[in-house]
Write a protein of this length. Structure first.
Length: 328
């Protein structure tokens, strides 16, 4: 093997057991033969993600080795030329693909060409291996990665060592990601996953009696004008079966369809999730005490009013919602 591969600049080192692998600083490819291939494959995969070729007489054992992480199999008795060609094919296949230059998730941005990571525009100081680890996690955000996959991508397939080094570097990286709106989640016995945390948004709760007119219009306007920056919700102390038809009609005039919306009851959970509450004709004896700022909009109930009067109420609510958003 040494003479066959030397012409290509490939150095061949032999050991009698898999334990000898720990004596090597790195490995570009591994040939495993002449031992318990199942135990040998498991031991190799605990030490490195380098391409692995197994050789043996039993195809069933070979299939199990491939399922355990081996990359190729040859039967015992294969010619030296075929073995050397397979090794060279594995080495070519192991060449890393170019990675994306710019990555981002949450509030973190990473530029691999400049080796620079920022949170909200402020650079965070990362050791070289921490940077590589973060890059791999960002490229696979939302995907569970085993230690082996992380080692192969961040440390490189040549790395030989203890897989738990990933755990150590994850522990070092986590504190540096505070405020980035991303989290490295541990899945015990499986691996790690980079999750983007949902940013907490202000929630405005509009409350009236029937939740069939004013509060529905206000929540609809807020959700349209805020473009996702603020969440608008509505509820009633004594909700009606349906939104008032005159309210549905005037809101359709401005492109908002409330025909499929159903009034809902005010619950303690809705009140607790709000960052601001705006009441509209909610009787004091019906409205609970809220732990957030409360404002009352004194507006007439549109139920049964002429369509022209309902339009005036709609337009006044629209004006007030725009003014509210200017302060949020």
């Amino acid at each position: 093997m040494k003479s066959s591969l030397a012409a290509g600049g490939i150095e061949v080192v032999a050991h009698r057991s898999v334990g000898g692998l720990q004596l090597e600083p790195f490995a570009d490819a591994i040939l495993l033969q002449g031992m318990d291939l199942l135990d040998g494959t498991a031991a190799v995969r605990r030490a490195t993600a380098a391409p692995l070729l197994v050789m043996g007489p039993d195809e069933r054992v070979a299939a199990t080795c491939l399922a355990m992480g081996a990359d190729a199999w040859l039967p015992t008795g294969s010619t030296l030329n075929l073995i050397a060609a397979q090794v060279q094919a594995l080495l070519r296949k192991a060449s890393p693909a170019p990675s994306r230059t710019r990555l981002g998730a949450g509030r973190i941005r990473l530029d691999s060409s400049a080796r620079r990571a920022e949170v909200d525009g402020h650079e965070i100081q990362l050791a070289p291996r921490e940077f590589d680890l973060l890059q791999v996690l960002l490229m696979n955000r939302g995907v569970v990665l085993s230690r082996d996959r992380i080692l192969a991508a961040a440390w490189g397939t040549r790395f030989v060592g203890e897989p738990k080094t990933v755990d150590v570097h994850i522990a070092w990286l986590r504190p540096k990601l505070e405020g980035s709106q991303v989290r490295i989640t541990t899945l015990r016995g499986i691996g790690y996953r980079l999750d983007v945390l949902e940013e907490s948004k202000p929630r405005v709760l509009f409350v009236c009696v029937q939740n069939a007119g004013r509060s529905q219009m206000a929540a609809a306007f807020l959700n349209r004008f805020s473009e996702g920056r603020v969440v608008g919700e509505s509820a009633g102390t004594r909700p009606a079966p349906n939104v008032h038809p005159e309210v549905v009609a005037v809101m359709l005039e401005v492109g908002i369809n409330l025909s499929d919306v159903r009034p809902r009851a005010l619950t303690p959970e809705l009140g607790a999730s709000a960052t601001r509450v705006i009441t509209m004709g909610c009787a004091e004896e019906d409205c609970p005490v809220f732990a957030v700022p409360v404002e009352d909009w004194l507006l007439p109930d549109p139920a049964g009013l002429p369509i022209s009067a309902v339009r005036e109420i709609r337009d006044e609510i629209k004006r007030r919602v725009r003014s509210l958003l200017a302060t949020e």
